[in-house]
Design a protein around this ligand. Structure first.
Ligand code: PLP
Length: 399
């Protein structure tokens, strides 16, 4: 065993590209940061971003908003979710997802996770009749069999909203993540594939949903300044009955996002290179299970997960501590208490839940680490060596 130490930061993203910094400066020099504050003939950065994102996603409509969590709540509102309604969602996701459901006074109903880290489609089938909407989280970039999932949803008349906070640019069977369901929702918060600090994006092909989401986001009666919104008739039909729940994106954020969107494919390829470097370094480690990726899935990974399946909690804790001592920051979904960004379905005690044995088994062994683009491929190989050592040491000692 070597004594190599990793000294990189797991939370350090790359600087914004020069074009984004220049665009931000230009917006600040105008003083017109609010998306509807435009000079005569000027097209707002926010409207342009929406137009470019819609084109990139192959969607009819796109809307930029204040955060990914806000995007989820807006999508739920626009599909008519009411206080007290049940909304199906993943047991394995992060707090903003059930939080968006709870923000409407609706009730999350958790669907289990499989060893492949995707929503359990058998459990979904069993629960599909209990709600009208599924808020599907492609948590940590793992995409379920979307063909089967959509068939289950159609059979049960379930509206699907996709939380693509971790799958911007990913595909299932050639179709972009967010384009299977009625609405795709994305986050542009710092740890995601596009970075504006905070921010969210929504796409849909449905004009009524698009008009409602636009008014909800705080368009006042200025929706005709959008470039990726439906025509006036769609707004006429909803404008008196749709509340303004302000959560707009501003021109400064949109300005820094547009150059990043133009480079997204290249950046995603770099992310995947890092993921594969770690995957290659960890493959075959006794006791450690790397997540198998289906052929139909084209992922865009900005993090890495592996399973220490059926390990006792104290040994998993030991691996986490030993890795931390060598500079490798691991997050564990099996901890009894929520810590940092990590929590689990039974941490969200405002939502009712029964213990889910299969899900608990997976979460108890689930380890997660970020892979920011500031890591080189050599860094990833080093992280893999450290993890191999430490997992191996704890595994061997237990035998
Ligand atoms: C899976 C998932 N969904 C939604 C969100 C919400 O995004 P935001 O932080 O932009 O509100 C996050 C944020 O971390 C997330 O991880």
């Amino acid at each position: 065993m070597s004594d190599e130490i990793f000294t990189g930061s797991f939370t350090q993203q790359e600087p914004l590209p020069a074009a984004a910094i220049e665009a931000a400066l230009r917006v600040m020099q105008t003083g017109r940061l609010h998306r509807y504050n435009t000079a005569p003939g000027e097209l707002a950065e926010t409207a342009l971003l929406e137009q470019e994102f819609a084109a990139w996603m192959g969607a009819k409509y796109a809307l930029a908003v204040a955060s990914g969590g806000y995007a989820l709540a807006t999508a739920l509102r626009a599909t008519g979710v009411r206080p007290g309604d049940s909304v199906l969602t993943n047991a394995f996701t992060l707090a903003p997802v059930p939080g968006a459901i709870a923000s409407l006074g609706a009730v999350p109903v958790f669907v289990g996770v499989t060893e492949d880290l995707v929503i359990d489609l058998d459990d979904l089938t069993a629960k599909a009749g209990s709600a009208k909407v599924l808020l599907l989280s492609h948590m940590r970039g793992h995409i379920a069999d979307m063909d089967r999932l959509m068939a289950i949803a159609h059979a049960a008349d379930l509206v699907v909203i996709e939380d693509c906070a971790h799958t911007m640019g990913a595909r299932w069977n050639g179709v972009l993540s967010g384009r299977h369901g009625l609405i795709g929702a994305y986050s542009t918060q710092t740890y995601k594939h596009l970075n504006s600090g905070e921010g969210g994006l929504l796409v849909t092909d449905d004009p009524e949903v698009a008009a409602k989401m636009t008014v909800l986001s705080g368009s006042y009666m200025l929706y005709d300044r959008h470039l990726a919104a439906p025509g006036p008739a769609a707004f006429e039909a909803v404008k008196y009955h749709t509340p303004n729940v302000s959560g707009r994106m501003d021109n400064l954020r949109a300005a820094v996002l547009r150059p990043q969107l133009a480079a997204l494919d290249r950046q995603c390829a770099r992310w995947n290179d890092r993921y594969r470097a770690l995957e290659a370094g960890l493959g075959g480690t006794p006791g450690l299970r790397v997540i198998e990726r289906p052929e139909k899935e084209a992922y865009v990974m900005s993090s890495f997960q592996f399973l220490l399946l059926d390990w006792p909690a104290d040994r998993v804790r030991e691996v986490v501590a030993r890795a931390a001592a060598r500079g490798v920051e691991l997050k564990w979904f099996g901890g009894a208490e929520p810590t940092g960004f990590t929590s689990r379905y039974d941490s969200w005690r405002y939502a009712p839940s029964e213990p889910m044995a299969r899900t608990d088994r997976v979460l108890a062994g689930l380890i997660d680490l970020r892979l920011p683009l500031t890591f080189s491929l050599e860094d990833c190989a080093l992280i893999a060596r450290i993890l191999r050592d430490e997992v191996g040491a704890v595994y061997q000692a237990a035998r």
